[in-house]
Every structure is written in C-alpha cells, then in structure tokens.
Design a binder for this molecule. Structure first.
Ligand code: NDP
Length: 234
C-alpha cells in the first residue's frame, strides 16, 4: 500500500493497534503522542488535540518524513465520567474539546493535502455510546454522537474530491480506558453485548484497515460498529 498515514493517540490502546496493522501492510505511519515515548518502529510526532498549532506542527513533521497524509485516523479521546447532576461545565467542555473539536482540528489540517491529491481516507473513532447513551457519559456520548454529524457532512463535502469519511463505533474494547470502568458497569455492558465479551484492539484495527483500504473505496458517511453486537440496530 505504502501510503502516508496519521493516527492520533497512536502511542497506546486502539490507536497503537491501528497504527501497527497499517504499518504491517507497508504504510508509512506516524502516530501522535504526548508525554510518553513513541512506540518502537513508528514515527512519533508530538501533538496535543486541544491545540491547533501543536497538531499543525505534528503534521509538518510527519509530512516531511512521509509525504502528505493520505489516510487519517482520528482516535485520540478521553472520558471524564460523572453523573449529570455532578457534571460541571469544564467536564463537558474538556471532553468535547479533545474528542470532537480535536477531530475538527485534525481533519481540517489533513484535508489540505487530500484535496490537492484528490484522494483521501478519513476514519473517526467514535463509540457505540453515540447510539444508546450511558449514565455518567453525557459529555462523552454527546461528543461521540457529534462525530457522526461531522463525518456525514464531510462525506458530502469531500466525496466529489474522492475523499471518503467514515466512523468506526467500538463497543467494549479491552484497553486502559475500558479498564477504568467499574465491575458493575462492565458486567452491565457485557450483559447487553450479544457476543458476551469485550473485543480486542485488533478488532477495531481490522475495521479501520477495511475502510482505509481499496475494499472500502465505495463506502463513505457510514458508521461501522465493532461492538460484539452492543447497541445493535442503533
Ligand atoms: P486509551 O485511553 O487507551 O488511549 C487514548 C489515547 O488518546 C492515548 O494515546 C492518549 O494519549 C490520547 N489522548 C487523550 N487525550 C489527548 C489529548 N488531549 N491530546 C492528544 N492525545 C490525547 O483509549 P482507547 O485506546 O481505549 O480509545 C481510543 C479511542 O477509542 C478513543 O477515542 C475512545 O473514545 C474510543 N473508544 C474506546 C472504547 C474502549 O472500550 N476502549 C470503546 C469505544 C470507543 P496519552 O497516552 O498521551 O494519554
């Protein structure tokens, strides 16, 4: 394949699995990271999702090494779970700033080169909470649902330029983020997951690989659940 790929939050968890899978296919992959060292074998570029200048600098570095970004995976995300009655405005703003506005900043920077090349693939990592919501996640579910509206509008605007924009919506995937939830919540999520288990980061990577690859060329504006059936029909 040999494309220039950018994965945000690619230093660990789902982002790392996506980056590793695409690199194994022969893509030239850059991953954003913050305080921790970048993973071995991948080009690490420092970026803070709440800061457009930092994102721009990361793209400059990646594009100098790999050429204009052709595949963008917006994966960096945070949760700040708390029940609505206790959620203050900062909890809401911070989660939207990283997950949704961070996606806006990153896509805005990436499309420059894609428009010039008249080719591109953009994949936003949302969450099945976009569909079924979750107690304690008013901020997160709002941000993740917002990513769908963003992707579908972008699909209209960028389709004529041969750029596809899709959403992957994971269910419960075994990472640091999901390990932070309570056992009670985890048991509940598994009880509403037809496959009855959490997924691996590799399951999400496989979906991204499909959408980013030649086989996904006629798919845009779609939401692909990778959830073991959690939230099916949503
Ligand atoms: P992790 O918590 O394991 O990793 C989160 C990644 O995002 C890290 O690389 C982290 O960087 C990065 N990140 C967070 N905040 C920022 C920021 N402000 N600027 C730059 N980078 C940032 O999460 P997962 O791998 O589990 O999640 C990846 C994506 O998948 C997220 O968008 C999440 O919402 C989504 N998802 C995950 C599910 C799950 O069950 N795990 C389910 C549904 C969706 P750093 O290492 O520096 O903190």
């Amino acid at each position: 394949m040999g494309r220039s790929v950018m994965v945000t939050g690619g230093n660990r968890g789902i982002g790392l699995a996506v980056a590793t899978a695409l690199a194994a296919d022969g893509d030239r992959v850059a991953v954003t990271h913050r305080d921790t060292a970048p993973p071995d074998g991948l080009l690490g570029v420092h970026a803070e999702m709440t800061d457009a200048e930092s994102i721009d600098a990361a793209f400059e570095k990646a594009e100098t090494a790999h050429g204009p970004v052709e595949v963008l995976v917006v994966n960096a995300g945070i949760t700040r779970d708390t029940l609505f009655l206790r959620m203050d405005e900062q909890d809401f703003t911070d989660v939207v700033d990283v997950n949704l506005q961070g996606a806006f900043r990153t896509v805005r920077r990436a499309v420059r080169g894609m428009v010039r090349a008249r080719w591109g693939r953009i994949i936003l990592i949302s969450s099945m909470t976009y569909a079924y919501g979750a107690p304690g996640q008013v901020n997160y579910a709002a941000a993740k649902a917002g990513m769908l509206g963003m992707a579908r509008s972008l699909a209209w605007e960028l389709g004529p330029r041969n750029i596809t924009v899709n959403v992957v919506a994971p269910g419960l995937i075994d990472t640091a983020m999901s390990r932070a939830i309570t056992d009670r919540r985890r048991d509940h999520l598994l009880s509403i997951t037809p496959l009855g288990r959490a997924g691996d980061t590799a399951d999400v990577a496989a979906a991204v690989r499909y959408l980013a690859g030649e086989s996904g060329r006629f798919v845009t504006g779609a939401v692909l659940p990778v959830s073991g059936g959690l939230g099916l029909g949503g």
